[in-house]
Design a protein around this ligand. Structure first.
Ligand code: ADP
Length: 438
């Protein structure tokens, strides 16, 4: 408690300031709120309710004696009363109960009234839900948003966490995840170029790199060494020519950091990370997933939810075929639409004449796509300019826009550009089941 001159306080206010009542957290409670006022003081209230009446109430504050006096008297006013009446308590009621406060401390009474009301609303909101009333999403205000519905078998805590995440994501119209059966096939290259191509078409685009073992988006966009800006609302993505970019790589001091994390730790880091990014309104979010079909891409797809679908990147060799089959099966088990397969590094494009020579075989991606009845988006050759663009942090479709390969990439991405038209015509994105694929 800071030292405030309480000489000007009434006897009642002085007593509450020096010996605040109910000044501790409640272990078991039905309503809770924590608010930081404009003065920088934080107040927290807990309520336990029985038959609609406040049975126990407590508070804590990091503020001055006046804050303690206001919190203390507010708990006395609340105890035993109907929750709805407590929610209606005003700054004036608290000041009256204290016999007034010097004017410079009156804002403490407002903070106490607001925090107590928020704790009551927290309780009343839960009551409404258990009575079957639909909850509106705190972010977009829709009752049909997935953030507004608690899932079967979901605990309140899990629901709140998912709600926080979903309320970040419900302002994004289309979410596309880029997957690959294994690393090194050009998944991040495809993700960066797809996001940039959409941005160049005037779409509001975010690019999210959650490849925990090799976050390469900072390198591909020349953002190595960038540090993240944090606002009151969370982590601010980096603006690259209008595209919002966020990578786990910005958080890792070095790439070995992630390697030492165990499975649940990784899942937690990814969850926290996803929850904290402030995207704002976007037309598209392109997600660069970790490679493979293991727990990491799985939990990312499930956490993000409501994905439009997946783009699967592969290479033409036979060995890659097994991985691409696995990736398609993974999507099917998650009911995640496969938007298409891209065969990358398919032949070699001569930098002089543009002629494409087959060197690693070709057609593997197309054959599997046809076999498994998913769209084949097209093949991108090995082009030394792509490698050079990646190494120098310049996006290929933007900086080499006039090349044959860039033109080819744009054609390959065409069906993904059309997603917004499809959704305008009523197609839905996929709600993913919560179970793990076999
Ligand atoms: P992944 O995300 O699958 O691990 P990346 O996108 O990081 O793979 O690509 C791996 C490397 O291959 C990068 O250095 C990139 O420059 C290069 N690369 C990707 N696609 C091509 C291509 N079509 N032609 C030339 N180099 C490519």
């Amino acid at each position: 408690m800071s030292c405030t001159d309480i000489d000007g306080f009434s006897a009642v206010a002085r007593e509450h300031a020096v010996h605040p009542q109910n000044c501790h957290p409640l272990k078991s409670f039905d309503g809770h709120a924590r608010i930081t006022g404009p003065c920088g003081d934080t107040m927290e209230f807990w309520l336990a309710v029985s038959n609609g009446k406040v049975e126990s109430v407590s508070f804590v504050t990091d503020g001055c004696e006046a804050s303690h006096a206001c919190g203390s008297v507010a708990t006395c006013l609340a105890k035993g009363r109907d929750v709805k009446d407590v929610a209606a308590l005003q700054q004036k009621d608290i000041l009256d109960a204290l016999g007034g406060l010097p004017m410079e401390f009156e804002h403490c009474a407002l903070l106490a009234a607001n925090t107590l009301r928020a704790a009551c609303e927290d309780y009343l909101k839960d009551q409404k839900e258990s009575a079957g009333e639909a909850r509106t999403c705190g972010s977009c205000g829709r009752t049909d948003c997935s953030a507004s519905k608690r899932g079967d078998n979901e605990s309140e805590e899990q629901f709140k966490e998912r709600q926080q995440l979903q309320s970040r994501l419900c302002h994004i119209r289309h979410k596309v995840v880029v997957l690959s059966g294994k690393g090194g096939v050009g998944k991040s290259t495809v993700a960066v170029n797809l996001a940039t191509a959409l941005m160049l078409l005037g779409k509001r685009v975010g690019l999210l790199d959650v490849d925990i073992h090799g976050p390469s988006i900072p390198t591909l966009l020349g953002l190595e060494g960038e540090t993240l800006q944090v606002s009151e609302d969370g982590l601010l993505p980096i603006d690259v020519g209008g595209m919002k970019v966020m990578s786990l790589g910005f958080l890792l001091r070095n790439q070995d950091d992630a390697v030492i994390w165990r499975g649940p730790m990784k899942a937690n880091v990814i969850k926290q990370f996803l929850k904290d990014v402030v995207w704002g309104d976007l037309d598209y979010l392109i997600i660069d997933s970790p490679p493979g079909t293991g727990d990491e891409p799985l939990s990312i797809c499930q956490l993000i939810g409501m994905l439009d679908g997946a783009v699967i990147v592969t290479t033409p060799q036979r060995v890659a075929a097994v991985d691409v089959r696995k990736a398609i099966t993974f999507c099917r088990q998650l009911h995640l639409p496969v938007l298409g397969v891209v065969e990358n590094m398919s032949g070699f494009s001569c930098p002089r004449c543009g002629e494409v020579t087959t060197i690693l075989g070709s057609g593997g991606g197309r054959r599997i796509a046809e076999d498994m009845q998913v769209p084949f988006l097209g093949a991108i050759p090995i082009d030394p300019t792509i490698a050079a663009a990646c190494d120098s942090g310049r996006t290929f479709v933007q900086h080499y826009a006039m090349t044959t390969t860039a033109e080819l990439m744009r054609r390959i991405f065409q069906p993904l550009f059309a997603l917004s038209e499809r959704s305008d015509a009523g197609a839905d994105s996929a709600e993913l089941p919560k179970q793990k694929p076999e």
